[in-house]
Design a protein around this ligand. Structure first.
Ligand SMILES: Cc1cc2nc3c(=O)[nH]c(=O)nc-3n(C[C@H](O)[C@H](O)[C@H](O)COP(=O)(O)OP(=O)(O)OC[C@H]3O[C@@H](n4cnc5c(N)ncnc54)[C@H](O)[C@@H]3O)c2cc1C
Length: 434
């Protein structure tokens, strides 16, 4: 398979990057002036800003506001070639990646590399219950977000037509599994949809009577935050009207809803914000993985036994000062930039350096104008925290157009309490005729 960019570059070392998320994109950018040619592969043609994905799922933002074509993002970087491709496996011994060739019809399509950066991120994990996926969609891709939006809005529509009170209650019950930042953010947004955005739109139902339940198997909401912020987040959610339950382990997800212990909760809509596992591509490396399927990397982010292969972001398991690095965007961005530096050093025949993550803090938004921010010694909750959240998310968004679009959408919905993108899309609206 041809991989050259400009003919004179073909003699340069070839860096292949798997994944155009935060890790892959920041690695590619950091290689801008390096004497290498880069090929970046992704199964999607867009870079997705996952921290704002819940806003697409809850009708506040459009897909195009939180995603940008990777090809466009890297258009000015002449040493990068972008390919839309699904990676099937890594043949580390043969120094090549094997692609899923369904798109081209070839038997097997492979790409050789001198250096490989694996940044294929994570997927949902249903704790050994893969069958729950069909009933409780998770939030990882744009398609997931549109599916969530579809299910949430359809439930209100179906309730408007329903005359049986018990069935109507079931339609207006929304269960969120997992009270990490994604579950908390979804819960805050759903209660806002029910209590504010849809308030005047229906005639037979009162959308504000919808039940939003946030179920957490562990003892805390926002378990990764300090206790004071966990308590504030829980109190803020309950003030908004979310029913928060901790130590509530979901044991069944089925057509009727969920079961927590022996208690049955009838719900039409169940949304999954609990476990994640590393992208399965890394299993083909044949090296030790942790329980979440992440590669136990060297401190340099190299894969043990393969000094030319690096893992970055959600596929990498590394401890720093006795704690595992979290699966957040900053770890992936800084890791991507670090492996780019290590590859540049390797080309100069210098030894690689260990990765050191700089933690700038952790934040989660709760409803319309509140958030919690943990900056280590400083902890902030409420409106000021929300302003910081707004500023940082706009700052890190890729693309000027997206920044302007998101700011104007947020300003509009802040003052009107409306969510404009309440569109039910997808083919499965009605049973197929005939
Ligand atoms: C809903 C949600 C909200 C989040 N909120 C926050 C937040 O507020 N703050 C924060 O710091 N972090 C947040 N995170 C976590 C953060 O987004 C991830 O830690 C970060 O995206 C990891 O970057 P990555 O490069 O490892 O993977 P990703 O950004 O997930 O990128 C992986 C890329 O690899 C591609 N890919 C995967 N498999 C293949 C394959 N086989 N072939 C080809 N391409 C492939 C994917 O298409 C994707 O583009 C959130 C995550 C989610 C899902």
């Amino acid at each position: 398979m041809g991989s050259g960019i400009i003919p004179y570059m073909s003699a340069l070392p070839h860096v292949v990057i798997l994944g155009g998320g935060f890790g892959g994109l920041f690695a590619a950018r950091a290689l801008k002036r390096a004497p290498v040619r880069v090929t970046l592969l992704d199964r999607h043609n867009y870079h997705l800003f996952q921290p704002l994905l819940y806003q697409v799922a809850t009708a506040a933002l459009s897909p195009g506001d939180v995603a940008s074509p990777i090809r466009w993002v890297l258009r000015r970087q002449r040493n990068v070639k972008v390919l839309l491709a699904d990676v099937h496996r890594i043949d580390a011994a043969g120094k090549r990646v094997v692609l899923n060739a369904a798109a081209t019809g070839d038997a097997e399509e492979a790409l050789s590399y001198d250096y490989l950066i694996v940044a294929t991120g994570a997927a949902h994990a249903y704790f050994g219950h893969a069958e729950w996926a069909a009933r409780a969609p998770g939030l990882k891709t744009l398609d997931d977000a549109l599916e969530m939006r579809r299910q949430v809005l359809l439930a209100f529509e179906a309730a408007e037509r329903e005359t049986d009170e018990a069935r109507r209650r079931r339609l207006l019950t929304f269960v969120l599994v997992g009270a990490g930042p994604t579950g908390v953010e979804l819960a805050g947004a759903l209660i806002e949809i029910a209590r504010q955005s849809l308030r005047q739109d229906f005639r037979s139902i009162k959308p504000e009577s919808a039940r939003i339940l946030l179920l957490e198997g562990g003892p805390h909401v926002l378990g990764a935050f300090p206790q004071a912020l966990r308590d504030k987040a829980r109190a803020a959610l309950e003030r908004l009207g979310v029913e928060v339950r901790t130590n509530a382990v979901v044991t069944v997800v089925d057509a009727d809803g969920v079961k927590v212990g022996d208690e049955r909760i009838a719900a039409q809509t169940v949304l999954w914000a609990a476990g994640v596992a590393a992208s399965p591509v890394v299993t083909s490396l044949g090296v030790p993985l942790d329980r979440a399927g992440r590669v136990l990397s060297e401190p340099t982010l190299a894969v043990p036994g393969y000094p030319d292969v690096y893992v970055v972001g959600d596929v990498c398991a590394l401890q720093q000062d006795g704690r595992w690095l979290p699966g957040v965007a900053q770890v992936a961005m800084q890791g991507g930039a670090h492996v780019a530096r290590n590859i540049t050093r390797a080309i100069r025949r210098e030894p690689p350096t260990p990765f050191r993550y700089r933690d700038y803090g952790n934040m989660a938004v709760i409803g319309r104008a509140a958030a919690v921010v943990d900056l280590g010694r400083i902890q902030i909750a409420g409106f000021l925290a929300w302003l910081m959240w707004v500023f940082l998310h706009v700052f890190w968004l890729i693309g000027f157009r997206n920044r302007v679009a998101v700011m104007s959408e947020w300003a509009w919905s802040y003052f009107t309490m409306q969510r404009r993108i309440r569109l039910i899309t997808g083919e499965r609206l009605w049973p197929k005729a005939g």
